[in-house]
Ligand binder design. Structure first.
Ligand SMILES: [Zn+2]
Length: 239
């Protein structure tokens, strides 16, 4: 009796642990994990397959990419010899490499570029993409370390005006506010941080990070109580 009682307690704890872990892993908000569920290093076979599929979609879209050097924590590293997507040119103000994970390239191509082009943006001036570091002030790996995030300092519109986040955003620059809203509305980004949403760390740039298939698969409510590795076996709604 005592043994079965103990077993019941253990099962209860185990189930509660799984449920709690799954809940916190898939819920939004400040406690969500900084890494996609089951993101692994070195990349698992499944993650590699996702990366290969992503590259196939870039090919299908006619985007020229080059395999990037093996880079710590970047599952599918690529560079873009011509960093121009959907009529929008991207350049780094510090000459940083375009090395990124395929999922970021795809998010920029499919989500960011059409939204930005529609608002008249022709050039995006970013700082860097890949940086192996933690989230500022936290012991959590930044998505820059996965090649999934980009910091943008200004946007140049077709009239030649450069909308610099640090100067123009506090003055209520309409273009920057529209860009912020449009990027969020694409739902292609897990996070869009701006001077409004994170004035402490993002007072002079927009931080955008790609939503990956691994984020997306884990989202549907019916799967919430499954461990992440099981959820990943389920069909993805993402392309
Ligand atoms: Zn950033």
């Amino acid at each position: 009796m005592r043994l079965s009682g103990l077993a019941l307690v253990l099962v209860t704890v185990l189930v509660a642990g799984l449920g709690g872990g799954a809940g916190s892993a898939w819920a939004g908000g400040p406690n969500r994990p900084v890494l996609p569920p089951a993101w692994s290093w070195p990349p698992s076979k499944q993650l590699q397959a996702r990366g290969t599929a992503c590259l196939g979609r870039l090919d299908a879209a006619g985007l020229r990419w080059v395999k990037g050097a093996r880079t710590k924590k970047v599952a599918t590293p690529i560079t873009l010899p011509v960093f121009e997507l959907g009529g929008v040119a991207w350049r780094s103000r510090i000459g940083a490499s375009s090395l990124m994970d395929c999922f970021l390239a795809e998010a920029l191509l499919v989500h960011a570029a059409p939204a930005l082009h529609g608002l008249g943006v022709r050039t995006v001036v970013f700082g860097s993409i890949y940086k192996f570091r933690n989230v500022s002030g936290k012991r959590l790996l930044s998505r820059h370390a996965l090649g999934l995030a980009m910091d943008i300092y200004s946007f140049i519109t077709e009239d030649g005006v450069e909308h610099v986040v640090e100067k123009a955003y506090p003055r209520g620059d309409v273009v920057l506010r529209d860009i912020e809203r449009a990027l969020i509305a694409t739902h292609g980004f897990r996070n869009v941080l701006t001077p409004a949403t994170d004035p402490g760390e993002h007072d002079d740039h927009f931080h955008i990070e790609a939503l990956t298939p691994l984020d997306h698969v884990a989202t549907p409510a019916p799967q919430r109580r499954l461990p992440a590795r099981l959820a990943l076996e389920l069909p993805a709604a993402w392309p």
